[in-house]
Design a protein around this ligand. Structure first.
Ligand SMILES: C[S@@+](CC[C@H](N)C(=O)[O-])C[C@H]1O[C@@H](n2cnc3c(N)ncnc32)[C@H](O)[C@@H]1O
Length: 930
């Protein structure tokens, strides 16, 4: 269940007659607990409560219901003191008597105490019960989720009743209608309309209960809002419609046709109207409700929206920190304050994938806050704002979010005016709505950004009669920006390889094609960076986008970043990988980075990261490279041999056998070999899958001196013949030549004692690379890498956190898996000079890891390295290994991957410089592909 569904369920529960016995179960059901779970709790099997009448769900909540005699506080205390609460690791306790309700989140100590009927207002507090990490704005302001739920029900009902409005041609009308409703709900709650609740009351009083004439009532109200007061007399308006002000034809102009309502649709509309729209938060509201109009997104109902703290991670270092710094520096100096105000009036914030405008809204609100402080210090508190809303520009592909973005900005402006200048002044200037269109609906990759956000100019070139009548796809919007600054920001769609639509592939060709870049590997979001860099050639601008971290890893790095750096851009700040959390239930959260670029960087760059302990770190560094590592401007390139003194790592043996030399356990039985033959001619073979999942796969392993004996076995002979046939039919001369030794794999690399195996791919979620050791009588296929007879301390390096962070950054990912490369990852991995004692310590660590694994036999590597379920002893063995290795590097543990990479890049620079000195420049360094 998502947050909207949970809110709806607990709202329904609060409306029902209170039933003391059923309440705990109904409450748990509202948070998505299945019938079977509840049944087990009811029968007492899973109910560990030690409080009379209590229901205790392990790891979740302890609930108790009491008589309506005012003892709720005492019952809550009993729940808090109950040994069972602690033993079952309950996160929440809740007590109610059907009149009041009290609850506590035990870790934070946060409490809720309210009338029973009011508890749905606090649903955000309880969301962790459904596995949803709560976001502060939702907790503090649940209205946005509630409004989304109500509008969603209305939207679905209206589409059902008006199927023609669901078709592509009429969807924009439907979406426009919803935007009008949102405006009316907000306006009737904020005195923009005369009389509280005027809109909802009018619909309630003037329309039939069965909904049959609701569309006519709405249409009449909309017509009034589209007619100036001076022109009303001739319009023959019904008196109840005449009470509505002229809003500006924009939002209500054009067709006043309204979809037909059912009884339910009318009820949903009234329910939506009864919410406190005054409190909606345009920062997040738009992002949530935009999902209502999106058939694919509706299921998630805006739960993927971007939280304000995440948006500020982009906006603060991009521009707001600087403005705040200037404000602090200005103190009470009137001239400096004035200059800052003037500067802000000429700042444009441009989001070329703006969705419903959340980045623009936050930027606007934050700048208004700074301006209000300037005005306060200058004794001009009631002064109108100098910051034009039209300086907050966006491009958005879809029509509904684009409409909502405009609305959200209008609402944000009104709320700021109320906050900083007072309700009276805010109302005086609010209506009619202003004319300009500053959100363009279109494809940002096809539009010329200069036409949306020109480098400078005066006046507005294309203005329609009204705000919402301006064609949505209108570009070429001009406005005053002489001497201004432009900040481009946003969270464009990421879309990795294999997930792009035909349109998106063609967009990429349009953007990257002229530069002859192989863009197939670059994520779609890369286009926004490139467009921003190109835009910066013409106007004073800086940019920062949220992106998937893959654009700063592996093969995307040399494809994308040289293009941007060629335009004299530098990374001025960056947030290294962090999890992009949202309200979606149980969301794994994609790993993202934030990259800020400018052509005029300051003397130091800011690198933000999260420590291994979850602490926020900010560091000034002299340079940030494309892998978002501070300090070193280097690009790691492949090396055909280890630069670090480590043993050589090869790809395993390639069969090149047409499927005849390798076989399953069943096929092995079919070969019908004696024990001696089996020992002599067959080996177990490991690729990535076989190694991580302990799958049995075998191969024929026939040394030349045993060939004559082997071919006497008919089943072996048949397989060798089949290989011969396959190799002879090869179009490749090398392949045909191999037919002469068809009893063997293409390579027959072997160990004398043991082999260290490193799978080619590993799931991104694992905390360690799943390398290990196999015995001398097994071999490795080309689906894995092998280090033959290497000392065990090298395994300690391979499975370290340090090595994983190197691989993740340098080799990058394939889908969501790490893709190992010997030439790029192992041969380049910087290792300091190790003493014999270091090697002995690391050997001990590697042995401890192998022993810890063995203690769980027959668990597979995949089982053991499941991040959710890694055994404690194995985790400890790895932690010890990391501790020992990292102490060798810097004498302590690294604080996080950012620090690890900084050290590794520094060592890499030194290592490659030393290698270059040692070797003549002509020596070939390119080797086998991996
Ligand atoms: C990840 S969302 C970000 C929206 C918003 N800033 C947020 O955080 O919720 C990306 C937005 O880009 C829009 N979009 C996708 N492709 C686009 C394109 N080619 N041009 C303009 N907008 C696009 C999507 O419709 C979506 O609203």
């Amino acid at each position: 269940m998502n947050a909207v569904e949970i809110e709806a369920a607990i709202s329904d529960l609060a409306l029902e007659q209170f039933d003391a016995t059923e309440f705990p179960y109904d409450f748990l059901a509202a948070f998505g607990n299945k019938d079977t779970t509840l049944k087990r709790l009811r029968t007492g099997n899973n109910n560990a409560s030690d409080v009379p009448g209590g229901v205790l769900q392990r790891n979740n909540i302890h609930i108790a219901v009491c008589q309506p005699d005012g003892t709720v506080g005492e019952i809550l205390k009993a729940l808090r003191d109950s040994p069972a609460t602690a033993k079952a690791k309950a996160k929440f306790i809740l007590a109610t008597d059907g009149q009041t309700l009290e609850a506590e989140e035990l870790v934070s100590g946060e409490t809720v105490a309210c009338a029973y009927s009011e508890f749905p207002n606090h649903f955000g507090f309880f969301l962790p019960l459904a596995g949803i990490s709560t976001i502060k704005e939702i907790k503090d302001n649940p209205i946005d989720v509630r409004a989304t739920g109500r509008l969603n029900k209305l939207y679905v009902e209206l589409l059902q009743e008006n199927p023609d409005w669901a078709k592509d041609e009429r969807r924009p009308d439907m979406n426009h209608f919803m935007a009008r409703l949102v405006f009316c709900f907000f306006a009737e709650d904020t005195d923009i309309f005369n009389g509280e609740g005027l809109f909802t009351k009018t619909v309630e009083q003037m329309s039939e209960r069965d909904g049959s004439n609701t569309h006519q009532v709405l249409s009449e109200v909309f017509r009034a809002m589209n007619t100036k007061l001076a022109e009303r007399a001739t319009g023959n308006f019904r008196p109840w419609a005449n009470q509505f002000p002229y809003v500006n034809g924009g939002l209500f102009s054009g067709s006043t046709e309204v979809p037909r309502f059912t009884r339910m649709a009318r009820t949903y509309l009234l329910h939506a109207g009864s919410l406190k729209w005054r409190e909606i938060n345009p920062d997040i509201f738009g992002s949530m409700i935009q999902a209502v109009a999106d058939d694919e997104e509706r299921g998630a109902l805006g739960m993927h929206y971007t939280s304000v703290p995440n948006i500020l991670k982009v906006l603060n270092p991009l521009l707001l920190d600087d403005l705040r710094g200037q404000l602090a520096e200005a103190g009470d100096n009137e001239r400096k304050l004035l200059n800052l105000r003037k500067r802000m009036a000429h700042i444009r914030v441009f989001d070329p994938a703006c969705g419903s405008g959340n980045f623009l809204v936050i930027a606007y609100k934050q700048m208004r806050e700074i301006e209000a402080e300037i005005n306060r210090r200058r004794g001009e508190s009631h002064r109108g704002s100098d910051i034009p809303l039209t300086n907050f520009r966006g491009i958005e592909l879809r029509d509904f979010p684009a409409e909502i973005a405009r609305l959200a900005l209008i609402i944000a402006e009104f709320q700021c005016d109320v906050l900083y200048r007072g309700q009276k002044d805010a109302l005086l200037e609010f209506l009619p709505l202003s004319k300009e269109n500053w959100i363009v609906c279109g494809n940002a990759l096809r539009l010329d950004w200069l036409s949306v956000c020109p480098s400078m100019g005066t006046g507005v070139k294309l203005v329609a009669n009204d705000l919402f009548g301006t064609p949505l796809n209108q570009t070429e919007i001009d406005f005053e920006n002489e001497g201004g600054e432009t900040y481009i920001c946003g969270n464009p769609p990421y879309v990795g390889k294999g997930k792009k639509s035909a349109q998106q592939i063609s967009d990429m060709e349009y953007v990257f094609g002229p530069r002859s870049v192989k863009h197939g590997y670059i994520d779609y979001v890369g286009c926004w960076f490139l467009k921003a860099a190109e835009y910066g050639r013409h106007t004073n601008s800086a940019c920062a986008f949220v992106s998937t971290n893959s654009i700063c890893r592996g093969h995307q790095v040399p494809l994308l970043w040289p293009q941007i750096f060629a335009d004299q851009y530098e990374i001025t700040f960056a947030h290294t990988s962090f999890k992009w959390k949202n309200l979606a239930a149980h969301n794994a959260g994609v790993m993202v980075v934030i990259v800020g670029l400018s052509r005029e960087p300051k003397s130091s760059r800011k690198l933000f990261s999260i420590s291994d302990e979850g602490e926020f770190l900010a560091k000034s560094v002299p340079f940030i490279n494309a892998c978002l590592v501070g300090g070193a401007n280097v690009l790691v390139t492949k090396s055909s041999m280890p630069l670090n003194g480590l043993s050589s790592m090869d790809l395993g043996n390639m069969p090149y056998d047409g499927g005849n030399l390798l076989f399953s356990r069943d096929e092995l039985i079919e070969l019908d070999l004696t024990v001696a033959q089996r020992q002599k001619f067959v080996r177990r073979i490991y690729g990535s899958k076989e190694f991580t999942n302990a799958l049995c796969r075998y191969c024929l392993w026939i040394d030349d001196e045993h060939l004559s004996e082997a071919v006497l076995v008919p089943s072996i002979r048949r397989r060798i013949d089949a290989v011969k046939e396959m190799r002879l039919s090869s179009t490749d001369a090398g392949g045909r030549a191999m037919a002469a030794r068809s009893h063997q794999l293409r390579e027959m690399r072997r160990a004398d004692t043991h082999t260290i195996v490193m799978p080619r791919t590993s799931s991104e979620s694992r905390h360690y690379l799943p390398a290990g050791v196999i015995s001398v009588d097994s071999t490795v296929s080309s689906e894995a890498f092998a280090i033959f007879d290497a000392p065990l301390w090298q395994l300690a390096i391979l499975v370290s956190r340090l090595h994983l962070s190197w691989i993740a950054t340098i080799c990058g990912q394939m889908k969501t898996d790490f893709r190992y490369s010997n030439e790029l990852g192992w041969n380049t991995f910087p290792v300091p000079l190790l003493t014999e004692q270091n090697k002995a310590d690391l050997t001990e660590c590697a042995e401890a890891i192998l022993l810890a694994r063995e203690a769980h036999f027959p668990a597979t590597i995949a089982d053991l390295y499941d991040p959710e379920d890694m055994p404690d002893n194995l985790r400890h063995a790895h932690e010890r290994n990391d501790e020992v290795l990292e102490r060798i590097y810097i004498g302590r543990r690294f604080r996080n991957d950012t620090e690890r990479l900084e050290k590794l890049f520094d060592l890499y620079t030194k290592m490659t410089a030393a290698a270059a000195k040692d070797k003549p420049a002509t020596k070939a360094t390119r080797g086998k592909k991996s």
